[in-house]
Design a binder for this molecule. Structure first.
Ligand SMILES: Nc1ncnc2c1ncn2[C@@H]1O[C@H](COP(=O)(O)OP(=O)(O)OP(=O)(O)O)[C@@H](O)[C@H]1O
Length: 358
């Protein structure tokens, strides 16, 4: 396993002119040896480009890639010693499950007894022990992808294992199980895992550190909790969470605070900088409160959805819609009624030019 350091940018164009011409804008970051990482972001943000630069399928147009301090920028994928698992299964149909799992080891001339032991261990982790002697040809797409995952994990001498949306073809129920399994396998095998996904649930259940990407930029690297509690960029607030963070334009001057056009009293002890800001508050921390109290805006109820464990309130504040996750013990507010919503709360975040300032 290796520590991986990237200090690079990449454009697919020969003569990039502006930021839009870059698949990856200049970035400097590290993947620690033995860490479990997710690269999370919408389609086209640069995840696969980064993965291919790490594996050596792509050379960055500027900058360097180091594994354990050794420059690998020009090294071929073979010499980088990376295992990769793709979206769709890559299995040898004529081989059995066991032969498929052992293939990367046999290729490296590992003694048969060690191959058998390692294949047995991986098969057990993936709950495939009973299928070891079956031909891969007759198996479902799910089982084939499990073999692909197993083949990615079977070597213990790789620099890192890269996963590119590996659960796409997997049935939703099994997906949930496999995400947990991968996390458990990581804890047992201590491999450096880098997992690309556009699905936040997948990233949040699997990774210790999540790198959120938007338009060629890594906008935040953090634990699932940090991304939820303190999104460093409004994009992260919006992208993480279901529904995402609420945002309201906020203007602060000597007279006080205006939120989406409404004058609001600042709760005592809350530090607020002057200027044009954006207030971010998670639906989980937005609650009903009496109008006129500090930190409370007036909102018109648009919709209340009973989700069983909670009610999801959607309300209009000026021209903005905000959402509040309310306990089921609340009486359901009537659609069209005016309610108070506490939005300046201790968990609120303040942004200037999309970046977190407080
Ligand atoms: N071979 C290529 N030639 C030119 N442009 C490319 C190439 N591959 C990707 N791009 C562009 O680079 C940007 C980043 O693409 P990339 O595939 O890395 O994103 P992604 O986040 O992995 O998206 P997806 O989840 O859809 O795979 C996109 O604008 C894409 O159109």
């Amino acid at each position: 396993m290796a520590r991986i350091d990237l200090d690079l940018s990449h454009s697919y164009l020969a003569h990039p002119k502006n930021d839009e011409d870059y698949a990856l804008l200049p970035l400097k970051m590290s993947f620690e040896d033995g860490g479990a990482y997710a690269l999370l972001g919408p389609s086209g943000c640069g995840k696969t480009t980064m993965l291919n630069i790490i594996s050596g399928l792509l050379t960055p147009s500027q900058g360097t890639v180091h594994f354990d301090g050794v420059d690998q920028t020009q090294a071929s994928p073979q010499t980088r010693n990376i295992a990769q698992v793709f979206q769709f299964p890559v299995v040898y149909d004529t081989m059995t499950v066991g032969q498929n799992l052992g293939f990367p080891l046999r290729n490296r001339k590992m003694p048969e007894a060690r191959i058998k032991a390692r294949v047995g261990q991986i098969a057990e982790m993936l709950e495939m022990s009973h299928q070891l002697d079956l031909r891969a040809a007759g198996l479902s797409a799910d089982a084939k992808q499990k073999i692909s995952l197993g083949r990615g994990l079977v070597r213990d001498d790789v620099s890192a294992v890269l996963f590119d949306e590996p659960l796409t073809v997997i049935d939703p129920h099994l997906k949930w199980q496999l995400r947990r399994k991968l996390k458990q396998i990581h804890q047992e095998l201590k491999l450096t895992l880098i997992y690309v996904t556009h699905d936040q649930v997948e990233a949040l259940t699997f990774a210790e550190q999540i790198m959120v990407m938007s338009r060629g930029r890594v906008v935040q690297i953090g634990t699932p909790q940090a991304l939820f509690e303190r999104p460093a960029h409004t994009f992260v607030g919006h992208f993480i969470g279901s529904p995402g963070m609420n945002f309201l334009p906020m203007s602060v001057d000597n007279e006080g605070v205006t939120l989406a056009g409404q004058s609001v009293i600042i709760p005592s002890g809350m530090p607020v900088e002057q200027g044009e800001l954006t207030l971010g508050v998670r639906p989980e921390y937005t609650r009903l409160a009496p109008l006129g109290e500090p930190g409370v805006v007036s909102a018109i109820v648009e919709n209340v959805q009973d989700v069983g464990t909670h009610q999801l309130l959607t309300a209009q504040v000026g021209s903005r819609l905000i959402r509040a996750r309310l306990g089921v013990e609340h009486t359901q507010p009537e659609v069209g009624s005016v309610v108070g919503l506490a939005v300046l709360v201790p968990q609120s975040c303040l942004y200037r030019n999309e970046e977190l300032i407080a």
